[in-house]
Design a protein. Structure first.
Length: 688
């Protein structure tokens, strides 16, 4: 965040016709942004923006003004006005006109309209603006100027029209330059309304912005439109692929805007944009479905039902078909009253924020984070309801999920629920009705209103979460059956489950997207250790560091335990590495006094959960002489049939105690092999 340090603050604004503060405040309000939102977008403090708007800053930094201009998507004219206000002069126009194609073609210089005389001039300017920032080829220029075929003097005529467009845009405005294939309109995207629209749409859909920020950008983007692209142009130009593509992006923006408005419980605000579009697209079912929901969500059920009736009749008359599932579903939601209501009262209690603390420094996992980010995608078609993060004990499942969940809290305005399901724990696993009761209390349900019947409690849970934007994190699930009663019914919620098992049932029946975690790459393991013990120590003892990390095989829990011990004992890396070279490596990787920070304990919990014959197979795998084996080899090792061996190996792989490779081969990671080798000498409670 950038503050006002270095800017001189005074008590009174300088005398000027229009002060910087007045102009900046007007531009911010025109953009529809609060001071907090504009400051966050510009990377300045809210206090700095408040001081600027109150004219308390004698000499604002040019970089600060530029950041604010970018945040507000100001045109060059607006930016020049701000700079003039900084200098104490009355704002003036730079003279550069803005080209408007999102509606009838227009040129604006400040607030004045510049006439575009002649149809050929309008066609050429409209085409160049549509193609911006790409050049228009000579063939498409001739096709637009002369749809029925060019005259013999077409080349000289094009030169004449280009010269006229240049004079029209001068002075100090966009210009037209020759390229090897045609002509290019050279202009800042802010001087073309289509460029402004595309920039705002990209801002709303790229980088996973918070719903409120995406909604603001989409609203401003749709306000750029005054009608269909080049509404007063010839059909040849209106049907140009660039014009068709722009209209399609408008529809996409309107659909995303409506979905976001419904999610934020502001349905009525989407109605004007949708109403304009359904007149231009009378058979577009997705637009009609959103309009039905927006009208009904704003309390206009009769108008919503009338939209459905008109569309149904028109589809029948024009195409002889009935409305599709999207429109029928919207119609049923209106009839059944299952709608996000505008102004829905907020809970009287605090918004739940149950996420546990993160583990500190996060390392790697970029691809996995991108998959988790699909849960907050602004596009409903790309947004799954459920993601399962699975992997071996100590692989970092909970660490990854809590890191991501804290980073994306802003996307879940209705809170975050968390439950440790203790699928692999010394403590008994909570029953689903116990978890539901906790969640219902967190959702502001009085204790005497929580149903005793588990099915009724689940129904109330789903009802309370309907149309809320809530994140539910279910940590350490034993299997799919433990998770299913805790899944909300509303697609507006997101669920993340972690487990040591593959949870194939959730993938098959609930459509979960699964993320399988692997060990860290060598450079990531080095970065993780350095974040705990210090980069200087790691760099000073590189050979010992690499030897230590090789023995851990990239397992994050082993690295974190070793790092904690090195810090606690202020131990030498080489000496500590030498301590871990014996057969007791697994038992030594523990933090004294903390049972959860012990590698052997983590492995024990997975091993003890196995059936007796699977535990026996796991112990026998420690005797494996080669790097991997097949079910046939395991059958010989265990004295059983290949089919039975295949089932046992699959069960171990499902528990992530064995790695499965293509071609039906399996191998045991080195740390698990060491653990399995020690098992016969130990007396575990679940041993058979």
């Amino acid at each position: 965040m950038v503050g006002t340090r270095g800017d001189a603050v005074v008590e009174h604004a300088p005398a000027a016709q229009v002060t910087l503060g007045e102009r900046l405040q007007a531009l911010r309000r025109r953009a529809g942004l609060s001071q907090e939102a504009a400051a966050a977008r510009a990377g300045v403090s809210t206090r700095a923006l408040r001081d600027l708007e109150r004219d308390r800053v004698r000499q604002p930094r040019a970089a600060t003004v530029r950041r604010l201009a970018d945040a507000l998507d100001l045109s060059e004219d607006d930016l020049a006005g701000l700079r003039d206000a900084v200098r104490g002069r009355a704002p003036h126009s730079t003279g550069g006109p803005r080209v408007l194609v999102l509606g009838p073609l227009a040129l604006r210089r400040g607030t004045a309209t510049v006439p575009v005389t002649g149809p050929m001039l309008g066609r050429l300017l409209g085409l160049l603006a549509l193609k911006h920032p790409e050049p228009a080829g000579m063939q498409e220029i001739t096709d637009i100027l002369w749809p029925t075929g060019p005259p013999g003097s077409w080349q000289s005529l094009i030169h004449t029209y280009v010269s006229q467009v240049r004079r029209l845009l001068a002075p100090a405005g966009p210009t037209v330059t020759r390229t090897p294939t045609g002509y290019l309109l050279q202009a800042s995207p802010h001087l073309i309304d289509l460029g402004r629209f595309d920039a705002l749409l990209t801002r709303a859909t790229g980088g996973h912005p918070a719903p409120e920020a995406a909604y603001e950008s989409l609203t401003r983007a749709l306000r750029e439109w005054r009608g269909p692209v080049l509404a007063d142009a010839d059909p040849a130009l209106r049907r140009h692929p660039a014009a068709v593509a722009a209209d399609e992006r408008r529809i996409r923006a309107a659909l995303l805007h409506a979905d976001t408005a419904l999610r934020l419980r502001r349905p009525a605000e989407a109605v004007p944009f949708l109403s304009d579009l359904v007149h231009a697209e009378p058979l577009h079912e997705s637009l009609h479905a959103r309009l039905i929901l927006a009208l009904a969500g704003g309390g206009e059920q009769a108008a919503a039902l009338a939209v459905f009736t008109r569309l149904r009749d028109r589809l029948d008359e024009d195409l002889g078909i009935a409305p599709g599932p999207e429109v029928r579903d919207a119609h049923l939601r209106v009839l059944r009253g299952r709608l996000p209501r505008a102004g829905r009262p907020a809970p009287t209690g605090p918004v739940p924020a149950q996420l546990p603390a993160g583990v500190g420094t996060h390392v790697g996992r970029e691809e996995e984070l991108q998959v988790l980010d699909t849960l907050v995608s602004p596009d409903p078609a790309r947004r799954p309801r459920l993601v399962a993060v699975v992997g071996a004990p100590g692989i970092g499942k909970t660490a990854l999920v809590t890191h991501w969940a804290h980073a994306r809290r802003g996307h879940f305005a209705d809170g975050q629920l968390f439950a440790d399901l203790r699928g692999h724990s010394r403590l008994p696993a909570p029953r689903p009705d116990e978890v539901l009761a906790r969640f219902l209390r967190a959702l502001d349900t009085p204790p005497d209103r929580i149903p005793a019947d588990p099915d009724e409690a689940g129904a109330l849970y789903r009802t309370l979460l309907a149309d809320r934007r809530t994140l539910i994190v279910l940590d350490d699930a034993r299997d799919a059956d433990q998770v299913r009663p805790l899944l909300p019914g509303s697609p507006s919620c997101a669920v993340v489950v972690t487990s040591r098992n593959r949870l194939a049932g959730l993938v098959a029946a609930e459509g979960a997207r699964r993320i399988g975690l692997d060990v860290l790459a060598p450079d990531e393991a080095l970065q993780l250790l350095g974040s705990i013990v210090g980069g200087c120590r790691v760099a000073a003892e590189q050979e010992a560091t690499h030897r230590l990390l090789r023995s851990f095989g990239g397992l994050p829990l082993a690295i974190r335990i070793a790092g904690a011990n090195l810090v606690a004992r202020n131990a030498d890396l080489a000496a500590y590495s030498a301590e871990l070279t014996g057969d007791d490596l697994i038992s030594r990787l523990r933090v004294e006094g903390d049972r959860r920070s012990a590698l052997q304990e983590a492995f024990d919990l997975s091993y003890s959960a196995l059936p007796a014959d699977a535990r026996r197979m796991f112990r026998l795998l420690a005797l494996l002489p080669g790097p991997d084996l097949t079910p046939a080899g395991a059958a010989v090792l265990a004295g059983t049939t290949p089919d039975r061996a295949a089932v046992l190996l699959a069960g171990l792989a499902d528990a992530h105690l064995l790695r499965e490779h293509p071609g039906g081969r399996f191998d045991l990671p080195d740390l698990l092999r060491r653990y399995a080798r020690d098992l016969p000498a130990r007396d575990l409670p679940a041993e058979a």
